[in-house]
Ligand binder design. Structure first.
Ligand code: MTE
Length: 323
């Protein structure tokens, strides 16, 4: 984000979805060999087959009243090969090459802080906690590109109920996995790991905030944040932390990775706002990934078009100051 400019992927590099699936067995074997090889030579030995997009399982979903209508989903190929996931490298295609190293089973999410009692949820239990909905959301990155993604999950508020937070809990902090064995790139990226994001409690409770387990009818590919991430369609993409291992209910505004790294560029709120430019580029327009050239540049919408559902949470706040 701070480090590299977006670059397009030549269509020749894009693998079809059926090819991904066929390569699943091969990739599992390759992953085992790759991880074994990852020793002293850890940063030199990160090359892996191009087809390292993890295969996934199908998920049953119910339709959602929160799904965005009148938008065209971005292709599965673009969604899974144009990613920001710095634990697997800073280039847009790096996560699709490297995220096969991520071991998503077994997986659990710890809950701690201002809660009645600490808890730990197994990923299977989390996925069964509430019916999974398919929600098509706009996805706007702070780097001024966008996609439309058919996510799968349920409102994070359903999960919060199970956590039994105390009235002293005013913010929620999300922490991603930081495992140098599976994510050796964290040694080469100058951020304070683990990746951390945070929300005010009312933002976390907003029904649009999606506890996300899949996309395009299947579990999340690793590079998109498997096995569980958060998605907030009215905020810049970096608020949507991937591969969550810990959720903390806290009294004070928590540290967030990008705000900590460059506070003048990335605020705590980071609501999509075409009227507040990033110090190094305009936020008025966005580049639509995968769109034909005559639709590839479109104006950015306030709150990414979700103002009806979220604007009231910021009433009275100066959104230039609280960017
Ligand atoms: N979560 C973690 N753990 N690490 C990251 O580098 N990048 C963020 C966000 N979540 C990031 C992360 C950024 S900058 C964006 S734009 C979105 O993930 C990208 O999500 P996508 O790759 O599924 O489109």
């Amino acid at each position: 984000m701070l480090i590299r400019k977006p670059s397009d992927i030549p269509s020749s590099e894009i693998t079809s979805k059926s090819d991904y699936m066929d390569r699943r067995k091969f990739m599992t074997a390759a992953a085992a060999v790759g991880v074994a090889a990852l020793g002293a030579d850890r940063l030199k030995n990160i090359a892996s087959p191009r087809e390292a997009v993890h295969a996934t399982e199908k998920l049953a979903t119910v339709p959602s009243k929160y799904s965005t209508t009148g938008v065209t989903p971005t292709s599965f190929e673009d969604i899974t090969t144009y990613n920001n996931f710095y634990e697997f490298g800073t280039g847009k295609t790096d996560p699709s090459h490297n995220a096969w190293r991520l071991k998503t089973s077994p997986w659990s999410v710890k809950v701690e802080g201002e809660v009645k009692s600490k808890k730990e949820f197994d990923i299977d239990a989390l996925m069964k906690m509430h019916p999974l909905e398919e929600r098509v959301y706009r996805h706007r990155c702070v780097e001024a590109w966008s996609m439309v993604i058919p996510w799968i999950g349920y409102s994070f508020s359903e999960f919060i109920k199970q956590c039994e937070p105390l009235s002293s809990a005013r913010y929620v902090q999300f922490l991603s996995l930081d495992d140098p064995k599976e994510e050796p790139w964290i040694y080469s990226v100058n951020l304070d790991w683990p990746y951390s994001e945070g929300l005010r409690m009312d933002e976390a409770m907003n029904p649009l905030t999606l506890f996300t387990f899949g996309l395009y009818g299947q579990t999340l590919p690793n590079q998109d944040g498997a096995p569980v991430r958060i998605v907030l369609p009215w905020k810049y993409g970096f608020k949507s932390a991937k591969s969550l291992v810990k959720i903390r209910f806290v009294k004070k505004q928590p540290r967030t990775t990008w705000n900590e790294s460059a506070p003048n560029e990335y605020g705590f709120y980071s609501n999509v706002n075409p009227n507040v430019d990033h110090p190094r580029w305009s936020q008025k327009y966005e580049r639509v990934i995968g769109a034909p050239f005559w639709k590839a540049r479109q104006p950015t919408l306030m709150f990414n078009g979700y103002g009806d559902q979220v604007a009231s949470m910021y009433a009275g706040m100066d959104l230039r100051k609280n960017f």
